[in-house]
Design a protein around this ligand. Structure first.
Ligand SMILES: Nc1ncnc2c1ncn2[C@@H]1O[C@H](COP(=O)(O)OP(=O)(O)OP(=O)(O)O)[C@@H](O)[C@H]1O
Ligand SMILES: [Mg+2]
Length: 460
């Protein structure tokens, strides 16, 4: 993937170039709008990271040049502290996102990665449309029954134009990816997709960003401004981390979703909006309701359709495929097409509990690829936590404690791992594995079936 860095300041340009090159991308730099435009027109760019201030020029010109391209690259703008107006304007004109100075390296890298994923999904979608091939595309990968159920739901939901959808799941399970897939598969795909993090803002700012405000509504409101719900047009707005919005805003949001009308802060009249609203959270909203932190009526309004993303440890059959896909992507970016996992490495990945889910898997694959000199990634390319042989019974490592992961589920997953371990030790001979575990053959077979392991030829 190719990134264009645009900044008139040499030091900033160099800093961004080094940071992104180290992250494995192909980076080019431009010091003016003119040069940026030339690179865009030459079709050399997948993503642009541009400063908003470019001498006498503005990053908005770069954004507009990008949007005018036949296959528009994504654009991330960097704004100075305290200029939210220009950032929102940029979002409205189709920027992927913006970052405030001072730049946080990790935040930038995460944003770049997400923007490039979107670019892939758009391209994939174009390819899909032209080939009429069904399916969500390789970015929503998973062949486990639970993930296939998710894809089916995504397709159905994408086809229904208005319905609000609640996407739940632990951190890193792919909620945002699902939101994007719903958007890109829907008739709204030509319109803006606006992920909005509800946790990041104070109550007043949250409402004025979402609902808009009128001139004079508060100090600093120097003109009328449409909120994101209206600015998104016929597109999709994702209310990310919906569990974090204050109760008073919840009341308003409920009314707005029912009426499909929004009242800007300080205004007495309502305006209609067309955008589809998706909501995402890694909290258990039913528990938030019980604790009095979330309104039950809003939950009912949101969860007409719920897409629940299963944690990765509950679909171990997806681990190898995801790991291989991430490795293939990385290998392409790093120019090392021959990269592969050793069998043992894959086995270790499959045995791990993944408290950080798919995101953690992606990070660990990236780490392994970066550390390894050889084209075959051995177990030593994995962090120690993954290398411990069946860790809990060897006593070598603390079990990972994951919030919401009950003792029963923990024991269950340990049992599964222990069974697999025994099978491996017995080289697949079930009677021997049963013996190793001190179980009767019947009881062993019963447990294998319970964990869906019975028809496996090669346990790993
Ligand atoms: N099924 C999948 N196929 C391919 N990549 C995936 C899949 N699920 C998640 N990922 C990748 O894992 C990372 C995390 O996904 P995402 O940001 O959607 O998670 P999230 O549930 O929104 O997490 P959080 O709650 O922390 O915001 C992303 O880089 C995403 O591309
Ligand atoms: Mg997310």
């Amino acid at each position: 993937m190719r990134i264009l860095v645009v900044d008139d300041e040499l030091s900033m340009r160099e800093y961004l170039e080094i940071l992104l090159t180290r992250a494995g991308y192909q980076v080019e730099a431009a010091d003016s709008v003119g040069k940026a435009r030339a690179a865009i027109e030459a079709g050399r760019v997948d993503l642009i990271v541009s400063d908003m201030k470019l001498g006498g020029d503005s990053g908005m010109s770069v954004l507009r040049a990008a949007r005018a391209a036949p296959s528009p690259p994504e654009v991330i703008l960097i704004t100075a502290y305290g200029t939210p107006e220009s950032a929102v304007q940029a979002m409205r004109e189709g920027a992927y996102d913006y970052l405030r100075k001072p730049i946080d390296n990790e935040e930038l890298k995460a944003l770049v990665q997400k923007a490039l994923e979107k670019r892939e999904i758009v391209r994939e979608n174009q390819a899909l449309r032209s080939s009429l091939a069904p399916g969500v595309g390789r970015f929503l990968l998973g062949t486990s029954p639970s993930m296939r159920a998710v894809w089916t739901l995504v397709e159905k939901v994408a086809a229904s134009p208005r319905s609000t959808v609640l996407i739940t799941g632990e951190s890193g399970t792919g909620k945002e990816l699902v939101a994007r897939a719903i958007h890109w598969k829907s008739a709204r795909s030509g319109q803006p997709f606006i992920p909005f993090n509800c946790a990041a803002l104070a109550e007043g700012v949250l409402e004025s960003e979402l609902f808009g405000h009128v001139k004079g509504a508060f100090t600093g409101a120097t003109s009328d401004r449409a909120g994101l719900l209206v600015a998104a047009g016929e597109g999709t707005v994702v209310l990310d981390e919906i569990g974090e919005i204050p109760l008073s805003t919840q009341v308003k949001l409920l009314r707005i979703l029912q009426a499909r009308m929004v009242k800007p802060v300080g205004s007495s009249s309502e305006v209609p909006f067309q955008a589809r609203v998706l909501a995402a959270t890694n909290k258990r909203l039913d528990e938030e309701v019980k604790a009095g932190r979330f309104r039950e009526d809003l939950l009912y309004r949101l969860n007409v359709i719920t897409i629940e993303l299963p944690p990765l440890r509950e679909r171990p059959e997806d681990i190898a495929a995801l790991a291989k896909m991430f490795l293939a992507q990385l290998a392409g970016d790093l120019g090392r097409p021959a990269l592969n996992f050793e069998e043992e490495t894959l086995a270790l990945l499959q045995r791990y509990l993944w408290p950080g889910n798919v995101r953690q898997l992606q990070n660990i694959v990236e780490r392994a690829a970066t550390l390894s000199d050889s084209d075959r990634l051995g177990p030593d390319s994995l962090p120690p936590a993954l290398r411990g042989e069946v860790d809990t019974h060897s006593g070598g490592e603390e079990p990972q404690l994951v919030a919401g992961f009950s003792l029963e589920r923990f024991l269950d997953s340990q049992e599964r791992r222990y069974l697999m371990h025994a099978l491996r030790r017995a080289e697949g001979v079930k009677t021997r594995a049963a013996e190793l575990l001190g179980l009767s053959f019947r009881s062993f077979r019963y447990r294998l079936a319970k964990h869906g392991l019975s028809d496996r030829e090669e346990p790993n």
